[in-house]
Design a protein around this ligand. Structure first.
Ligand code: EPZ
Length: 418
């Protein structure tokens, strides 16, 4: 196990370049199984979730190799329809391998997916949608067995705009017989990336980014090369780091439109934000006004993946902030650790009342999930005194070179083995 040792209290200055989006790359990797030709994912981040997904592809029989940051995937020899339990438990997004494996092989077997412990994370919408496409699904002993010679296009209405279910159904229907209409689809930008990639492979998907996605099944998909969108959550994490530490940061390879809800909150707090092309400039110093209310909701609302970093920022704003986590049941695991650093937070169910304090104090804290670990790291680099953040495995799932990028902006942070 590894931990950060942090000496907090220093402002951040300089430039941070954003990685390709974890939550865009993962469905693109699943889509690579839809063709028996080679696909290339440019600027592919070597984060743990991506490496685990590559492990799943290799278990299916795909050949993979990195050439610099370009990931080549050759699925011509893929023949195994069973996604290994160990990897499926490690990775929530393994569940949207279901759609592409069924589309490719006519059957799929997967253990119930794992992922961060941020809530129940049911997959009922994935399974009910696949059944609408004609997939026969049996669930026994923690495994899901799917059989379907050829998915047939259908109308699917999602009870809630699930990102993964939308992606799974796009993948399952891309080569289906006929047309599929997905209503109440999730509108996240990562789904637009999946649409663009499948269309570059010869698919016919339209409407992604809106609430209705239409997928016209095609007989065959060919290889393609693609550069994923920038990681809006990583960009937001570093913007919040600047708001907490003070200073002046330029965030490169960022799409400000993807995090408009965060930029609005940071301006409310009185950060100076300027956007120019794919760069976001942030300057913060002096008083941080409380944003009063932060409510997570599906895109384009405030992203649940930035709730934990925003909660850390609210701890040192002037005044009280109410944080409401509407998407996941247990996404406040970072709160007890922030309280150890001197934060004043009261949680009732999905609501946290944060009363701002002048500054947090260094402490030894433990990460409990990916975004909570990032939030605790931001708290540590902004706090007075020394902190440690233990169990970096969570952070390594989604952030490449996290401490390297923070150190490059002036933070005193280093990784050591425990
Ligand atoms: C994706 O997870 C992201 N992961 C999550 O990012 C993100 O927090 C989430 O979308 C919401 O934006 C990836 O893209 C790999 P959902 P996903 O299905 O697809 C309920 C991170 O930190 N639901 O949109 O699992 C569910 O309980 C990760 O990068 C059902 O009820 O999220 C939740 O309340 C964490 N039934 C809500 O929908 C279902 O079948 C949103 O879940 C599926 C979901």
């Amino acid at each position: 196990m590894e931990k950060y040792i942090v000496e907090g209290g220093r402002p951040l200055y300089g430039h941070i370049e954003i990685q390709s989006a974890k939550n865009a790359v993962l469905p693109l990797l699943a889509a690579s199984v839809l063709t028996d030709e080679t696909v290339v994912i440019h600027k592919c981040p070597r984060i743990r979730d991506v490496l685990n997904m590559i492990g799943i592809l290799e278990e299916l029989g795909c050949g993979t190799r990195f050439d610099g940051d370009d990931l080549y995937i050759d699925s011509s020899a893929a023949a195994n329809h069973e996604i290994p339990a160990a990897l499926a438990k490690e990775l929530r997004s393994s569940v949207f391998m279901l759609g592409s494996v069924i589309a490719r092989f006519g059957r799929a077997r997967i253990a119930y997916p794992g992922g961060c412990d941020i809530g129940l994370r049911p997959i009922d919408l994935h399974l009910s949608g696949l059944r609408r496409l004609g997939v026969a699904i049996a669930e026994d002993g923690g495994y899901i067995d799917c059989v379907c010679e050829k998915p047939c296009g259908a109308e699917v209405l999602l009870d809630c705009p699930s990102v993964g279910a939308t992606e799974n159904l796009i993948l399952a229907s891309a080569r289906a017989e006929g047309t599929t209409v997905i209503r109440n689809a999730a509108r996240e930008p990562e789904i637009v990336d999946l649409q663009n990639f499948i269309n570059r492979m010869g698919g016919k998907v339209k409407g992604a980014g809106g609430a209705v996605v239409v997928v016209e099944g095609v007989r065959k998909l060919h290889g393609a090369a693609y550069t994923p969108m920038p990681d809006r959550i990583e960009a937001g994490t570093f913007l919040i780091a600047a708001a907490m530490c003070g200073g002046k940061l330029a965030i490169g390879n960022a799409n400000a439109d993807h995090i408009a809800s965060l930029l609005h909150k940071l301006r409310e707090i009185s950060c100076k934000i300027r956007v120019q092309d794919d760069k976001i400039y942030i300057e913060c110093g002096g008083k941080r006004l409380s944003p009063k209310l932060v409510e997570t909701s599906p895109y384009p609302g405030f992203p649940t993946d930035l709730q934990a970093p925003m909660t850390a920022l609210a701890c040192i704003c002037d005044g009280a902030t109410v944080i409401v986590e509407n998407l996941f049941e247990t996404r406040f695991k970072h709160v007890p650790e922030l309280i150890r650093m001197g934060a004043d937070i009261t949680v009732r169910g999905r609501t946290a009342l944060v009363r701002g304090v002048r500054s947090l104090k260094g402490a030894d804290v433990i990460a409990g999930d990916l975004r909570g670990g990032a939030a605790l790291t931001l708290a540590a680099i902004s706090a007075e005194g020394e902190s440690t953040v233990t169990d970096l495995g969570y952070i390594d799932r989604g952030y490449s070179e996290f401490e390297y990028k923070l150190r490059g902006a002036g933070a005193r942070i280093r990784r050591v083995r425990v």
